[in-house]
Design a protein around this ligand. Structure first.
Ligand code: PGA
Length: 242
């Protein structure tokens, strides 16, 4: 059985003090059946991680090298030092604004696994690719490169159609399930059924407290990556108790 995992991605929002209060209250809303995490800004990681209770705390990015002249980047050594639980990599905003490639995402995932930080690997097609009916080939190519030679059973994959992120235009449950199933089929071809069946696959893109249940009822969807709706305690508490 795959334990569902719902992660709120706070992006570049939330102060450290507000975040601490949010996490303390969120702890009261947790249920034992779902793992719940928050991806926070790097400067807030260390402090929020010390008072996280049963909420998983993770980063929104990491560099693929451990040390060196990479001004402004975050090292896995520090994620390991503060015992961060997970790290989101390859988010479409990182791909779009910071030119992150599938190869770099693969290198980041390897580095995280080496230090036992759970990689949450994001994939997803753009609106143009979706409209051109190329979703399948785009996703398969991203999965193939991003997951190359990984201990895949210890990774989470997040399927986030770029056209559904922050647009209020979520992919319906049928579309999301179909793509998550195709991701699992591709992982089966690459790693075998046992490992592929152990991987948790999240859907992300305009998930909220009203539509979460539809996604969680799908056979190949094991959680969600939530942006906007994770910034409001009341909404996010409802969402994780779908
Ligand atoms: P959204 O963002 O829920 O606001 O669409 C999702 C994400 O970027 O992970």
């Amino acid at each position: 059985m795959r334990k569902p995992i719902i992660i709120g991605n706070w992006k570049m929002n939330m102060s450290i003090d507000d975040g601490a209060l949010f996490i303390s209250n969120l702890n009261k809303a947790l249920s034992p059946n779902v793992a719940v995490g928050l991806a926070v800004q790097t400067i807030a990681l260390s402090s929020l991680n010390t008072s996280k209770g049963n909420v998983l705390i993770g980063a929104q990015n990491v560099h693929q090298e451990e040390t060196g002249a990479f001004t402004g980047e975050t090292s896995v050594l520090l994620l390991d030092e503060i015992k961060a639980d997970f790290c989101v990599i390859g988010h479409s905003e990182r791909r779009q604004y910071f030119n992150e490639t599938d190869e770099a995402i693969n290198a980041k995932a390897k580095k995280l696994l080496q230090y036992n930080v759970l990689p949450v690997i994001c994939v997803g097609e753009t609106l143009a690719e979706y409209e051109a009916n190329t979703t399948q080939s785009v996703i398969e190519a991203q999965i193939e490169v991003c997951t190359k030679d990984l201990d895949i059973a210890n990774c989470v994959i997040a399927y986030e159609p770029v056209w559904a992120i922050g647009t209020g235009k979520s992919a319906n449950a049928e579309i999301a399930q179909n793509v998550c199933a195709l991701i699992r089929t591709k992982l089966t071809a690459l790693f075998g059924a046992d490992k592929a069946n152990a991987v948790r696959i999240q859907y992300g893109g305009s998930v909220n407290e009203n539509n979460i249940a539809e996604y969680m009822n799908c056979a190949d969807i094991d959680g969600a990556l939530v942006g906007g709706a994770s910034l409001n305690l009341e909404n996010f508490s409802k969402l994780i108790n779908y």
